[in-house]
Every structure is written in structure tokens, then in C-alpha cells.
Design a protein around this ligand. Structure first.
Ligand SMILES: NC(=O)c1ccc[n+]([C@@H]2O[C@H](COP(=O)([O-])OP(=O)(O)OC[C@H]3O[C@@H](n4cnc5c(N)ncnc54)[C@H](OP(=O)(O)O)[C@@H]3O)[C@@H](O)[C@H]2O)c1
Length: 327
């Protein structure tokens, strides 16, 4: 990585120009002056890797589009590689290559970080690189920074939250509008709230990845994805919703983790009936909420947008700024 003193330009390569990538690109290009004032280095977008360069992308000059992600990552002049393509491959290999040549890497890829986070951190340490992934958990809600930095002097005992906005949208539609469960799932798909393959959301896999990352960040211990007890919402029936409503409760997909007296971390994701007064029960639509319990602080609650291009770009760009600061 070029040293800040040697260069007044911050070269940023974007891997992915979809929902999140396009929002990051637009902001970097349209607000370059602001970042230059903030960082003392003017961000320059070196390229945006996509699969299809013929498709127009709002706010991204076509000349920046490329299918050659490896060339962007391998360019020694690139200071920060932002991975927002998703999936384990080729994203994983590209991130690894960038780290091995000492670059700063920012990623929003929860599956990659949940599965290979420790290995990638080790590579980053070995090569003087940096790995940043605030956007991978709860998008705009800066929960990792709070857990890792702001609460570092406290002792976190438990985490509990709604960390998947898509399923919360579905559950909220059923609970508040009385839409049959199957119709609510269909509607969420049509509105683009669910992935084309909705399994990750509906089976709790997305939430499991996020709680694994959160727990590892809170307690510094490895939390393999297959150690997270995971149950999604796909098995719920309209009768379950009716029964919960009859008890004055609300069904939510709750992700939680706690450290037991033996020091071991227990993490799970499961549909849970909550009293209507529970702050998690009040999360509407795609909102995410997390409660962090700590010995000194008591309960700290963070609420905000858990998805969306601009909302996720907020966290990605926060990491870009962090990555660009002199160490
Ligand atoms: N969307 C959200 O609200 C959100 C929130 C938090 C985290 N995230 C994470 O952010 C990442 C990106 O999400 P997204 O919603 O922006 O996804 P998306 O809209 O599907 O965009 C993915 C982008 O990556 C490109 N891409 C995919 N595979 C590629 C390959 N092999 N080579 C080159 N380019 C490739 C795609 O190119 P084409 O456009 O040509 O297909 C597209 O531009 C994911 O890890 C996701 O989990 C998303």
C-alpha cells in the first residue's frame, strides 16, 4: 500500500457494482471533495468489477466497468479493495490476494467473514494489510464498532437481536396486517426483499452468519457457523402466528449469543414468541435491532436499517475512511 505521505490520492477498487457497489461508487464520485478534506487524500475509483459491462449503472461511468476483478486487485497502486460482489468465490480468492499484497480490504460479505474471517485476519496480520467488515452485520447499524471499540473496556455477557431485515419484513406483514404467511413470503420476494434464492434468509443462514461474526467480535473466540443452532422461519404456519397473537405475543426471528460460565459461547437463531412490549417485538419492516448486555453498561440497544444500497454504503464507506487513516 502506498504511504499517505507518498500520495495524496486514495485509490479504491470496487469489486461489484450492484445494489451496494453502485451506492458506494456514486457517493465516492460525487463527494470526493468531502472525503479529500476529511482524509487529506482524494479518493479515486480505479475501476468497478461486474459480470456484465454492457448494463448501464446509475452513477457509474461505463469506462470504469470491467470484468477483470483480478487486475483491479493485483494493481499495486490500489490502496483499498472494496468487495461487494458477495458469494464465497471468487470473492474469497480476490480478498485473499488483496490482503497478501498488503492492501486494505473492506467487505460487506457476511458469509465470507463468518466462514473464513479468522484465516483472513491472520493473512492480513502477516502481510500488514487490513480487513474491515462493518457492513457485513446489520448494514447501517455500527454494531461491530460498538462491540469491538466503544465497549472494549466493559464485559459483554450477551447479545440478542433481529439481524435479518427480510424475514422481519415477512413476520411483520403477517403479525400486523394479517397477511397469510405464504403470501407475505411471496410479496417480500416480489418487492426484492428476499434474495433470488431465499433460502439464506428464510432458513436463518444469513442471521447465523451475522451472530457468529458478532459473537467472535464480542468475545474473541472462534464461533464456527455450524456451531450456531439455526432454525429459520420456513416451518412456521398461520396457526403459529394466530397462537402467538392470542397470547399477546409476536413471532420474531431472534439471533442470540451468550458466554457461559465455562467461557464457551453459545449462539442460536430461532423463531421466538416475544411479549409485544419487548423492544425486539417492535421492530417494523426491514428494521434491525440488537441489544448488547454488559456488566458496566447494562443494556445498550442499537436500531437502524439492516439493508439497502445507501444504508449499507454508509458502513462500507465508514470502513474505507477507517482504512485510509494513517496507522
Ligand atoms: N443489498 C444489501 O442491502 C446488503 C446489505 C448488507 C450486506 N450486503 C452484502 O453486500 C454484498 C453485495 O450485495 P448486493 O446487494 O450489492 O449484491 P448485487 O446487487 O447482486 O451485486 C453484486 C455485484 O457483484 C457483481 N459480481 C458478482 N459476481 C461477480 C463476479 N464473479 N465477477 C465480477 N463481478 C461479479 C455483479 O455484477 P453484475 O451486476 O454484472 O451481475 C454485481 O454488480 C453481498 O455480500 C451482500 O451480502 C448487502
Amino acid at each position: 500500500m502506498s504511504s499517505p505521505a507518498a500520495s495524496s490520492v486514495l485509490r479504491v477498487a470496487l469489486l461489484g457494482g450492484g445494489t451496494v457497489g453502485a451506492a458506494v461508487a456514486r457517493r465516492l464520485l460525487q463527494h470526493a471533495d468531502r472525503y479529500a478534506d476529511q482524509l487529506g487524500r482524494r479518493p479515486e475509483l480505479t475501476g468497478v468489477a461486474v459480470r456484465d459491462t454492457t448494463r448501464a449503472r446509475d452513477g457509474i461511468p461505463p469506462a470504469l466497468l470491467t470484468t477483470d476483478a483480478a487486475a483491479l486487485v493485483g494493481d499495486p497502486a490500489t490502496d483499498v479493495v472494496v468487495e461487494v460482489m458477495g458469494g464465497l468465490e471468487p470473492a474469497g480468492s480476490l480478498v485473499e490476494t488483496a490482503l497478501r499484497r498488503g492492501a486494505q480490504v473492506v467487505t460487506a460479505n457476511k458469509q465470507l467473514v463468518a466462514r473464513r474471517g479468522e484465516e483472513l485476519h491472520a493473512i492480513a496480520r502477516e502481510h500488514g494489510a487490513g480487513l474491515h467488515y462493518e457492513a457485513a452485520v446489520m448494514a447501517a447499524v455500527p454494531v461491530l464498532a460498538v462491540v469491538r471499540e466503544s465497549m472494549a473496556g466493559d464485559e459483554i455477557t450477551a447479545l440478542r437481536g433481529i439481524v435479518n431485515g427480510s424475514t422481519n419484513y415477512v413476520l411483520d406483514l403477517v403479525a400486523r396486517e394479517g397477511v397469510p404467511f405464504a403470501d407475505a413470503v411471496r410479496q417480500a420476494g416480489e418487492l426484492g426483499y428476499l434474495e433470488a434464492d431465499p433460502t439464506e434468509d428464510l432458513e436463518g443462514v444469513d442471521a447465523a452468519a451475522k451472530v457468529a461474526i458478532l459473537a467472535r467480535t464480542a468475545w474473541g473466540t472462534s464461533v464456527p457457523l455450524d456451531a450456531v443452532e439455526t432454525q429459520g422461519i420456513s416451518g412456521l404456519t398461520d396457526a403459529d402466528f394466530a397462537a402467538a397473537a392470542g397470547r399477546g405475543e409476536v413471532l420474531k426471528l431472534v439471533a442470540e449469543a451468550r458466554r457461559g460460565g465455562d467461557g464457551r459461547v453459545h449462539a442460536r437463531v430461532a423463531p421466538t414468541a416475544l411479549p409485544a412490549t419487548d423492544p425486539l417485538a417492535q421492530a417494523r419492516g426491514g428494521t434491525n435491532v440488537v441489544e448488547i448486555d454488559a456488566v458496566l453498561a447494562g443494556t445498550v440497544r442499537l436500531v437502524g436499517a439492516g439493508a439497502g444500497g445507501d444504508e449499507t454504503a454508509s458502513a462500507v464507506l465508514g470502513d474505507v475512511v477507517r482504512a485510509a487513516r494513517p496507522r
